[in-house]
Design a protein around this ligand. Structure first.
Ligand SMILES: Cc1ncc(COP(=O)(O)O)c(C=O)c1O
Length: 369
C-alpha cells in the first residue's frame, strides 16, 4: 500500500464544494427555560396536543421504528392536499423546506446556469449555488426589501429563489407583482413561503390556478406549526414539475415520527390550535413593533414572526446584542454591510417579549447615564 497525502485527495473535491462551509444558523442553547430565545424565528409554543400524542402512539407501536416509513408520503399528501385545496400530485415533502429547496436546485441547475437570489435574503442560497456549480446572479433588494420585479426578469435566470415574506426584513411583495413576475420570467421562480402563515397573503392561488408551471412555492411546518425539530417542509407546483422534484429526493426522507406528527398537525383541532396561536403572535408582533419604535428603533412593518429593528449605529446594535446575550436574551445580529446596525428579533411569548423590552430599557438607561 502506498502512502497517500490528504492534499491529493482534496484535489478530487469539486472546486465549488471546496469553497463551501457548513450552514451556521443562530446560536443554540440547551437550557431554554432560562432564556428568551428570539434568534432563530422559531415558534415559541409547542405543537398542538394531538401532535404530542404521536410520542405515546410510537411507544405502543414500536414496530414502526424498525420498519421503513412510508416512502410515497401518500396519506400526508392527501391530508395536506385537503388543507390547501391543491392536488396531491402537486406536493413534494422533504426533511425541512431546506431539503426541498436543495432538491429544486438539483433538478434545475447545471454547472454555469444562471441562478438568481436575493440579498439580503435566506443564507442558504449561496450554498445551493456552490452545490450545483451554477452562476450566481445576486439581486440586491431595494430599501423596502420587496422584490425588484423588472430587474429579476431582465437578469434572465434559469432559476430564481426568494423568500416571501423576506428574511430578515419581514417585507412581503404584493401577489399581483409576483403574478407579473412569473408571467414574464423565462425561468423558474421559487417563492420560499417559510413565513407565509404570518402574512396577509400568499401565492397559493397562483399555484391552484395552474397558469404557471414555472412557479414553485415552498413551505414548512417549522414555524407556525411549532415543529422545527421534526424537519418537515414541502414544495407545491405543477404536477409534472413536482414529479421531477420527487425523482431526486432521497428515499424515506421523512421519518415516521415526523410523518405521523405532520398528519396530526393537519387534523382540524390542531389547525384551530395553530390558527389561534398565530393570531397571538401577530398581535405580539404589532405590540413589539410599537414598543421598539418608542424605544428609538426604526422597525419596518413585518409580515413574518420576526421584526428587523434598526438601531442608531452598528456599534450600538452590536453592544445591545452582546449585553442582551449576557442577560440571557438571544436575538440575531448580522455582522455585515447593510444590516450591521440592525437586530432581527423573533416574536416570542408575551413574557419573552416583555423581558427583551425590559432589558433594552435598562441598557438604554445605563448608556445615557
Ligand atoms: C427563508 C427561509 N426558508 C427556509 C427555511 C428553512 O426552514 P425548514 O426548517 O423548513 O428547513 C428557513 C429557516 O429559518 C428560512 O428562514
Amino acid at each position: 500500500m502506498t502512502d497517500r497525502n490528504v492534499e491529493s485527495v482534496l484535489d478530487l473535491v469539486r472546486p465549488s464544494i471546496r469553497e463551501m462551509s457548513p450552514y451556521v444558523g443562530g446560536v443554540q442553547i440547551s437550557d431554554y427555560e432560562n432564556w428568551a430565545k428570539l434568534n432563530q424565528n422559531e415558534f415559541p409554543y409547542p405543537p398542538a396536543p394531538r401532535v404530542l400524542e404521536v410520542l405515546d402512539y410510537i411507544k405502543t407501536h414500536p414496530h414502526l421504528l424498525h420498519r421503513y416509513p412510508p416512502g410515497d408520503h401518500k396519506e400526508l399528501k392527501k391530508r395536506l392536499s385537503a388543507y390547501l385545496k391543491i392536488q396531491p400530485e402537486q406536493i413534494s415533502f422533504g426533511n425541512g423546506s431546506d431539503e426541498v429547496l436543495q432538491n429544486i436546485g438539483l433538478v434545475f441547475l447545471d454547472k454555469g446556469d444562471r441562478y438568481a437570489y436575493g440579498s439580503p435574503d435566506y443564507s442558504m442560497w449561496p450554498n445551493y449555488q456552490k452545490l450545483t456549480g451554477s452562476m450566481p446572479v445576486i439581486i440586491e433588494l431595494p430599501d423596502g426589501y420587496t422584490l425588484p420585479i423588472d430587474e429579476i426578469i431582465k437578469a434572465k435566470p434559469k432559476l430564481a429563489t426568494f423568500s416571501g415574506p423576506n428574511t430578515p426584513s419581514g417585507a412581503a411583495t404584493p401577489i399581483k407583482d409576483l403574478d407579473r413576475l412569473v408571467a414574464e420570467l423565462d425561468g423558474i421562480f421559487v417563492d420560499d413561503e417559510a413565513y407565509a402563515d404570518f402574512a396577509e397573503d400568499d401565492a397559493l392561488e397562483l399555484v391552484r390556478s395552474g397558469r404557471y408551471p414555472n412557479l414553485i412555492v415552498t413551505r414548512t411546518f417549522s414555524k407556525a406549526f411549532g415543529l422545527a425539530a421534526e424537519r418537515l417542509g414541502y414544495a407545491l407546483g405543477h404536477p409534472d414539475i413536482i414529479s421531477r422534484v420527487e425523482a431526486v429526493r432521497l428515499p424515506y426522507n421523512v421519518t415516521i415520527v415526523t410523518y405521523l406528527m405532520g398528519l396530526a398537525a393537519l387534523e382540524p383541532e390542531s389547525i384551530e390550535h395553530t390558527r389561534k396561536l398565530v393570531g397571538e403572535i401577530k398581535a405580539e408582533r404589532a405590540k413589539l413593533t410599537q414598543d421598539l419604535t418608542e424605544l428609538g428603533f426604526y422597525v419596518r412593518p413585518s409580515q413574518a414572526n420576526f421584526v428587523l429593528a434598526r438601531g442608531r449605529s452598528p456599534a450600538v446594535a452590536k453592544m445591545l446584542y452582546d449585553r442582551l446575550a449576557e442577560n440571557k436574551v438571544l436575538v440575531r445580529y448580522f455582522d455585515s454591510g447593510r444590516l450591521s446596525d440592525c437586530l432581527r428579533i423573533t416574536v416570542g411569548t408575551p413574557e419573552e417579549n416583555e423581558r427583551l423590552l425590559e432589558k433594552i430599557r435598562e441598557l438604554s438607561k445605563q448608556v445615557s447615564q
